[in-house]
Design a protein around this ligand. Structure first.
Ligand SMILES: Nc1ncnc2c1ncn2[C@@H]1O[C@H](COP(=O)(O)OP(=O)(O)OP(=O)(O)O)[C@@H](O)[C@H]1O
Ligand SMILES: [Mg+2]
Length: 397
């Protein structure tokens, strides 16, 4: 009899929970790594290791010691280099360390995509304010400024005529771990993300998601729906560019989440991640729209197995984040009524009564969300909006 396979999951926070639970259900021996002793994923793991997910040397040492059969992370960028380092040391099915760096450093990613002629906006990488100020002269307003290595739109900002350049630079730089700040040409147009799974160097597109953001100046994701409602021609173009980007970065195995904006000159890459899409896209929307369990497929891939990637059905699935005025939440009405609307899959409030609702400046400021499934994406989106309009979040100053 085969002995039980050991999978190491890097990160045991809320984003990793679907992977830890699924690996557990699949009968694997789950080793979860997280610096936080109270990480929610630890409850579902067989072995909990309390080390920082970015302390590569220490995590590699543990992986060698435990002789793990697979290693993965789900929907966050931080542990990706650790996963790759373990994969290279133990000969497991992961991307290379070189690819992991190109997939998590926006500057290196842009350079690599440019070298491979993948459509991207003009960009400039700056290391200090003087450099930054000079580089801005090469861009027409408005342009985008962002840190080289953060996520959740932290530090991403649109610079317009009235913006104070020094303030913008200082705001963005505080979110940059490497200290690098990127300037990018502003791309206008509808935004999508593409979920893929690459098996033996062949990329399979699982879904294209239409994205709704708060728009300028901070571009926080406020909703997603699957499948995309863009024309088939544009979707074909999106697929072609996504595959060329994945190849250029060197992702030969595993998931990726690619973000694009469809400009007047055609789709261009915002960025790609060598991981599953977060924001409930891969854990909820893809399964609701296609029946494909990307989390399970990713676990199988990390074990060196070949998952079945055929859709089981075609439905519409949407998520919409809840908006409410700033202030302290003192009560929530009609939540039950909203939950009873046909097609509602789940309503989650991320803030409790007594907590403050702030102006949304990054993903962590969002207060909750609604997920729905229907026959079409237009209908699932309409159902989300109906639920949001039905419930009432009462705030006081
Ligand atoms: N060059 C650009 N032109 C237009 N919009 C952009 C550009 N770069 C970023 N954006 C907008 O800002 C959002 C966040 O940017 P980006 O994906 O680079 O940062 P992030 O912190 O990784 O965000 P997230 O983790 O939410 O994906 C994008 O999804 C897009 O809406
Ligand atoms: Mg992004």
């Amino acid at each position: 009899m085969d002995s039980v396979k050991k999978i190491m999951i890097i990160g045991a926070g809320i984003l990793q929970l679907p992977a830890i639970k699924m690996a557990n259900e699949m009968g694997l021996y789950v080793i979860a790594v997280d610096i936080d002793p109270n990480a929610p994923g630890f409850k579902f793991a067989d072995n909990c290791i309390q080390i920082s997910t970015i302390d590569i040397d220490k995590v590699v040492e543990e992986a060698i010691c435990l002789d793990v059969d697979a290693v993965m992370t789900l929907a966050s960028d931080l542990p990706i280099r650790t996963v790759a380092a373990i994969g290279e040391r133990l000969g497991l099915t992961t991307i290379s360390e070189d690819t992991a760096i190109k997939a998590t450093d926006k500057g290196k990613m842009r350079k690599q995509l440019k070298e491979h002629n993948v459509p991207i906006p003009n960009f400039y990488i700056t290391k200090n304010y003087e450099d930054f100020q000079k580089a801005t002269l090469n861009f027409n307003m408005p342009f985008i400024v962002k840190p080289s290595d953060n996520s959740g739109s932290r530090g991403v900002i649109l610079v317009e005529e009235a913006s104070d350049l020094l303030k913008v630079y200082e705001y963005t730089k505080q979110y940059s771990r490497s200290g690098e700040v990127l300037i990018e040409e502003y791309m206008a147009g509808p935004e999508v993300s593409v979920e893929t799974l690459t098996v033996n160097g062949v990329t399979n597109v699982i879904s294209i998601t239409d994205k709704l953001t708060t728009g300028a100046p901070n571009f926080i994701e406020m909703g997603h729906s699957i499948p995309s409602q863009l024309s088939q021609d544009i979707q074909n173009e999106i697929i072609k560019i996504t595959k060329s980007a994945i190849k250029a970065i060197g992702i030969d195995v595993g998931p990726s989440h690619t973000e694009l904006i469809v400009t007047d000159e055609g789709p261009k890459i915002v960025e790609l991640g060598a991981r599953l899409g977060g924001d409930n896209i891969t854990s909820h929307l893809v399964p609701l729209a296609t029946g494909i369990n990307m989390v399970e497929c990713t676990i199988l891939l990390s074990l060196g197995e070949k998952p079945i990637l055929l859709p089981k059905y075609k439905k519409g699935a949407s998520i919409r984040y809840i908006k409410a005025p700033e202030g302290i939440i003192h009560s929530v009405d009609y939540l039950q009524k909203a939950n009873e609307i046909h097609g509602i899959n789940e309503i989650i409030l991320l803030k409790n009564i007594g907590e403050r609702i702030n102006k949304i400046k990054n993903s962590n400021d969002r207060i909750g969300y609604v997920i729905a499934q229907a026959d079409s994406p237009a209908e699932s989106t309409r159902i989300c909006e109906e639920a949001i309009n039905t419930m009432k979040i009462n705030v006081a100053d």
